[in-house]
Every structure is written in C-alpha cells, then in structure tokens.
Design a binder for this molecule. Sequence first.
Ligand code: FAD
Length: 317
Amino acid sequence: MKVTDHLKNAKKTLFTIEILPPVKGKSIQSIYDAIDPLMEFKPAFIDVTYLREEFIYKKRENGLLEKVAYRKRPSTISICAAIMNKYKVDAVPHLICGGFSKEDTENALIDLNFLGIENVLALRGDGDKVTGEFVPEPKGHAYGCELVEQIVCMNKGKYLDDELLNAHPSDFCIGVAGYPEKHFEAPNLKTDLRYLKQKVDKGADYIVTQMFFDNKKYFEFVKACRDFGINVPIIPGLKPITTLKQLSTLPKVFYIDIPEELSEEVINCKTNADVCQVGTEWMIAQCKELIDYGVPCLHFYTMGRSEPTRQIAEALF
Ligand code: FAD
C-alpha cells in the first residue's frame, strides 16, 4: 500500500521506522534482529536508507589524502524485498541521485516495480565526505526534484528508451526530504522552501523531515510550508539522543540544534545508560505533543539501535 494511503486510512497516529543496511558480511538476520523488537507496535511502513559506498581516506607522507578502499553494503532493494516478504509490511526504499546515472535510476525503479514496492523516498544524497561538494554522476541528477521528475515520468509510462519500449507505467508514491532547520547548503529557509515546493509541484506526495529536538521548529516549518502552498503531509522524523557524543555529532552531521535544556541534562549524566534515559524521556514528551498537534505519523530513525525506539513506542502506542 502507498504511504499516502496509510496516512489517509489511519484512525490514529501511525508508528513507522527507518533502518540502515548493515555493513558488508552481515546477513539479513541482522535486519530481522533490528525489526523484530519493534513489530509488536505494528509499523505501518519501514524505510530502508540508501548508503553510498564509503571511501576510506589515508593521509600519505606528502600530506595528500588517498582513496584507499571502500566498504559496500547489501542493497537497499534486496533488504526491502526481504522485509516485505517476511513481515508483510510496506518497505520504503530510499533512492538517491549520487552515484546514479538516469539509466541506473531507471533500472532500480524497474526492479522496485517488479517486486511490488509502491513507495520511494527520493533524495539527492550527501556531498563528498572530504570536499563536502555534491557532484552528480555524468548523465545523473543534480537535485532531488530531478529524481522526482524521472519517477513521475515512469509513472506516466515514459521510460528513457521510450522509442524502443512500450512499457507499462509504474505507480510509485513519492516521498521527499524537508528540513525544519533548513538544509545546510540553502542560503535561507525561504529559498529552501522554494525548492521543497518545486519537489512537491513536480509530483512528490509527502515530506519526511530531518530530525529535530524542539517541536517548535516542526510547527513553524509546517506553518511556513502551508503559507508557501506546500500542502502534502509532513511526517516528523525523530531520533532520541542515546550517547553523550551525539551532542556534538548530531549537529555536525545533520546540521540541527539541540536545545539547551536537553544538552544540560545530557551533560549532567554519569553514564550513557543515563543519557539514553534522558534522551528517551525527552523524545516521549516530544512525541506526546506531536500527537496532540495531530501529526499523521511518528517516524523513528533507529540508526542501528532498536531499544530506545522500543521504549518510546511502549510509552506511546
Ligand atoms: P535537494 O532537495 O536536492 O536539496 C539539496 C540542496 O539544494 C538544498 O540546499 C536545496 O535548497 C537546494 N536545491 C534544491 N533544488 C535546487 C535547484 N533546483 N536549484 C538550486 N538549488 C536547489 N542521504 C542518503 O545518502 N541516503 C539516504 O537514505 C538518506 N535518507 C534521508 C532521509 C531523510 C528523511 C532526510 C531528511 C535526509 C536523508 N538523506 C539521505 C540525506 C540527504 O541526502 C541530504 O540531506 C542531502 O544533502 C540533500 O538531499 P535532498 O533530497 O533534500 O536534496
């Protein structure tokens, strides 16, 4: 079923999760181990992120960085197929522009369509780890909106080799990313919203937000979107803080703020178990307020750890 139909049919706030493909060498069991503890809360759908190959850089004697190796992960598409098969729950693969030519994208979409996967979260992907710059593949897409456009074309039965194939149209429900604290490359929130609207105008059906720790940021973002004429559902993306280190890594990696009150509480913790407790309680309070506000769904970034999400779900669902 499509994500938008899940949202439309919901009688109460939905619980959904996002998982990461495991590192190479791990089996599908590691995915089941991550999902099993959360199944009793009946996730409406499960997102599976797409992680590009990771280059490992080594500093040479002359001071220059050399790309020495990369780690591959099992494919997002195969993980989605396994999830749908085992749990009979809709899986939402993330598809990115980085590393994909339009042909690669079309091939991935053909596989998804063949497997009966009806949803895709369309993203640009991050820039290079060292330079920070996002460089599209030759004959690839530079922005998320172009990927949305290609998926919409396939939904209309327009494939790249239209002349050769009389192909059936696909029927993907398309999600895109939104940033309550603005995307880090955008000069300001208004410009970012203009590009978010472009993704929606090109055919995105719903938005999932970057994580945030202050609901005010989400409420203001939703209002700004509505004022801007962005009227699709906006699903809040959520992640509890679980370690002291995340006080610096989360803002650095995701360009988000952690409220003073939360960071003070975390700093005062003696152990990571205490941090987890503080982070979980903070997230439960955030979720209760979001439910009262009427969000369609609470979407949890599990990031390889199910237990904190389990504790939050136990308190809410
Ligand atoms: P875009 O919408 O393309 O925007 C990127 C930047 O370009 C923004 O600053 C925007 O304002 C600007 N922009 C957009 N369109 C234009 C235009 N036409 N002209 C000029 N500027 C423009 N990354 C992964 O690698 N794998 C994942 O699985 C993944 N999942 C994610 C899930 C969620 C919910 C979120 C919020 C992020 C996820 N990301 C993932 C991270 C994402 O790839 C990065 O945040 C990336 O830097 C931006 O992706 P985007 O699709 O939002 O980009």
